[in-house]
Design a protein around this ligand. Structure first.
Ligand code: GDP
Ligand code: IMO
Ligand code: MG
Length: 432
């Protein structure tokens, strides 16, 4: 029953798409289980760059079946845009290989408007959401008033439910947030048209996944966001509204825990974050510009979904150890090691100082308030000057790059089995 799980260990954008693309080569089924089009997963194959927000990254491999799980919030507009983009890139999309769970929740343009209005109303306490309607859609789910994908199948009753939803959104927008009203009939008819386009892809996904696991086919779960954005375990309230950790897979896809074979934690060689919230190792001066890049290269640290410059800093091993614990990570996939080339010294946060005490691991909940009181304790490691982008074997790496990787392994106790040294698929080093 081989279920492999790809999880971001930081605040998202670790390179999960990059990792999934490699792992999907041997997978039968690739499934997203949480979040929606707040995600932005990039895959580079030769000179082609694919940016996916909602369809699993594994779709690029022709043999995969791709599933949007019941734990997701799905915006049909984005699904349709992505299907078009993939088809124009020559990728086959049909209901035999792309399936959307009938139990997933729908995101509407009303949710998006509400998301933006709510975040703006927080003023200086803004979360800095992606504005994709994620929070409001999950709120409706928890309130048991959400629209489920399967409702699309009964057009008449769905039209009534949609109308009622937009009327409700109007109340919230106008009364609470002084926003203009939306045209309920226009929004309803446009949404119905889009919903019709995804109708052939709606399915009960459980049997599909169970059948694959039973015959020993590899199922790959593609996490979105990162562990520190998890609604339960992340830097609350500066988090997303879903379960981003490995735990989310079981309810987000409807499978049992026995199936797990590997939990692969994707970790960037430094730390980034988009939006607000504590970031103990954040850097703002020259080093930030060095790590972020100017924006001229596709992999520079600017958001795939929003284009916002990402906040950047040194790798935080206290948080990495925490991510490892809450996910049960069995191996790490280290990305962007190439970006560190050219530094004299590289800092790694090995502990925190909090209220006069040194902490090697978190001994408090990872909420924003507690995390904001932590001052990083750094260990300095020697850098390297060589360009790593052509390294393909462990021994090709300069000695200090190897020391960096080995230090991370030693301090976390988790093997780093894969290292990427470029955005392109082949710029990968596999270790025994
Ligand atoms: P995700 O959300 O976790 O899938 O990550 P994103 O796709 O949002 O951001 C990761 C960015 O880094 C993308 O532009 C990738 O193409 C790029 N990337 C991934 N691994 C590497 C690497 O090892 N080196 C370089 N230079 N870029 C990488
Ligand atoms: P991938 O899958 C990085 C962040 C937002 C914001 C917070 C809440 O590409 O790693 P939301 O719109 O989810 O309500 O925003 O979460 N965020 C991400 N940051 N990568 C992502 O996805 C993110 N998805 C959400 O910036 O701080
Ligand atoms: Mg991303």
């Amino acid at each position: 029953m081989p279920l492999d799980i790809v999880i971001g260990t930081q605040w998202g954008d670790e390179g999960k798409g990059r990792a999934v693309d490699l792992l999907a080569q041997d997978s039968h089924l690739v499934a997203r289980y949480n979040g929606g089009d707040n995600a932005g997963h990039t895959v580079t194959v030769a000179d082609k760059i694919y940016k996916l927000h909602v369809i699993p990254t594994g779709v690029i491999h022709p043999q995969t079946i791709c599933i949007l799980g019941n734990g997701m919030v799905v915006n049909p507009y984005t699904v349709i845009e992505e299907m078009d983009m993939l088809r124009s890139a020559g990728i086959e999309i049909n209901p035999d290989r792309l399936m959307i769970s009938d139990a997933a929740q729908l995101i509407t343009p009303g949710h998006r408007l509400l998301d933006r209005a709510q975040d703006a109303a927080l003023g200086k306490n803004q979360i800095g959401t992606t504005g994709r309607g994620i929070g409001p859609a999950y709120v409706d789910k928890a309130a048991r008033s959400g629209l489920r994908v399967g409702e699309i199948l009964d057009r008449q009753s769905f039209a009534d439910r949609l109308r009622a939803h937009f009327i409700e959104i109007n109340k919230l927008l106008t009364i609470l947030y002084s926003q203009p009203e939306i045209d309920v009939e226009l929004y309803t008819s446009d949404y119905l048209e889009k919903a019709e386009m995804i109708r052939p892809y709606i399915k009960r996904i459980g049997p599909e996944i169970q059948a694959a696991l039973k015959v020993g086919k590899i199922v790959l779960a593609e996490g979105a966001q990162g562990s520190l954005l998890d609604l339960e375990q992340g830097s609350y309230p500066f988090v997303t509204s879903s379960c981003t950790t490995a735990a989310g897979i079981f309810s987000g896809l409807g499978i049992g825990i026995q199936a797990v074979r590997k939990v692969i934690g994707v970790t960037k060689a430094f730390q980034t974050r988009v939006g607000s919230g504590p970031f103990p190792t954040e850097q703002t001066a020259e080093i930030a510009e060095f790590l972020r890049g100017s924006g001229s290269k596709p992999w520079d640290e600017f958001g795939t979904t929003t284009g916002r410059p990402r906040r950047v800093g040194w790798l935080d091993l206290v948080l990495l150890k925490y991510a490892q614990e809450i996910n049960g990570i069995t191996e790490l996939f280290l990305t962007k090691l190439d970006i560190l080339s050219g530094l004299e010294q590289i800092q790694v946060c090995v502990a925190y100082e909090k209220q006069g005490r040194r902490l090697d691991t978190l001994d408090f909940s990872c909420d924003a308030q507690s995390l904001a009181q932590c001052v990083p304790v750094y260990e300095s490691l020697p850098g390297w000057q060589e360009d790593l982008s052509r390294c393909r074997r462990w021994r090709d790496l300069p000695v200090n790059a190897r020391v960096y990787v080995e230090t991370l392994e030693q301090k976390t106790g988790v093997p780093i089995r894969t290292i990427s040294v470029g955005s392109e698929r082949t710029a990968t080093i596999y270790r025994e």
